[in-house]
Design a binder for this molecule. Structure first.
Ligand SMILES: Cc1cc2nc3c(=O)[nH]c(=O)nc-3n(C[C@H](O)[C@H](O)[C@H](O)COP(=O)(O)O)c2cc1C
Length: 202
């Protein structure tokens, strides 16, 4: 129903755009010419199912940006809350200064396609071939064609993340992370929504 009194504070975007979360953080690995790296990225999204496309906004000054654009490949991971330490390390250290950031972030990995590190603790990973680069202000939106998924089957129940097994890491901004999956779960019956009777206007 339309209301007359606003609940929200209206703020000019240039004063406060950055930092209104929560959301999951992608952990992006890269490999080029024997060099491997990992970084955190809160700005990411699925873009298309067919073809499967995933996009991540990565600032050109990131060390990872150079590796990804040079190799044309990257892998996007999602880590559980108990690895918030690794998400923070991947997002606070730079591969420009730290020779082995995967080691510094205490991340175990196996070598996947294109030599990309696939993180052992991830509940899900997408191996992507870089398809499109879109300049977006101070970042570049790198859109990848997802070639392969690496799924921790134990974390999923019929392709839905099972919170009794895995607590996804949710990022609130300002280095604060929370474990998802302790609250009540509501499964809405889509048919009930579609067939809800119109409210009587009379
Ligand atoms: C939680 C979190 C989210 C971040 N999200 C992004 C992002 O979406 N895009 C980006 O370019 N940098 C993001 N960063 C910053 C990079 O991860 C950070 O600059 C990192 O040091 C880059 O590593 P690299 O230079 O080794 O590639 C984020 C950092 C943190 C901690």
């Amino acid at each position: 129903m339309p209301r007359t009194t606003p609940k929200h504070t209206r703020i000019p975007a240039e004063d406060a755009f950055f930092g209104y979360y929560p959301g999951t953080v992608a952990v992006v690995t890269s490999h080029h010419d024997g060099a491997r790296n990992v970084m955190s990225a809160g700005w990411h999204t699925a873009l298309s199912a067919d073809p499967p496309l995933y996009g991540v906004a990565i600032a050109p000054e990131r060390h990872s940006h150079g590796l990804i654009t040079a190799s044309g490949t990257f892998a996007v991971h999602f880590l559980p809350h108990h690895r918030a330490d690794a998400i923070a390390s991947a997002g606070l250290l730079t591969g420009r200064d730290v020779a082995d950031k995967l080691h510094a972030a205490k991340l175990d990995w196996i070598e996947g396609d294109h030599g990309l590190p696939i993180l052992h603790d991830a509940y899900l990973a997408y191996v992507c071939r870089l398809e499109t680069r879109v300049p977006t202000g101070d970042h570049e939106f790198l859109i990848g064609h997802v070639e392969t998924l690496h799924v921790d089957e134990a974390a999923y129940d019929a392709r839905v993340l099972d919170p009794s097994h895995t607590h996804a890491a949710i990022y609130y901004g300002r280095s604060r992370y929370e474990a998802l999956g302790y609250g009540p779960i509501t499964t809405v019956d889509p048919d009930a929504v579609r067939h809800e009777p119109e409210e009587d206007a009379s």
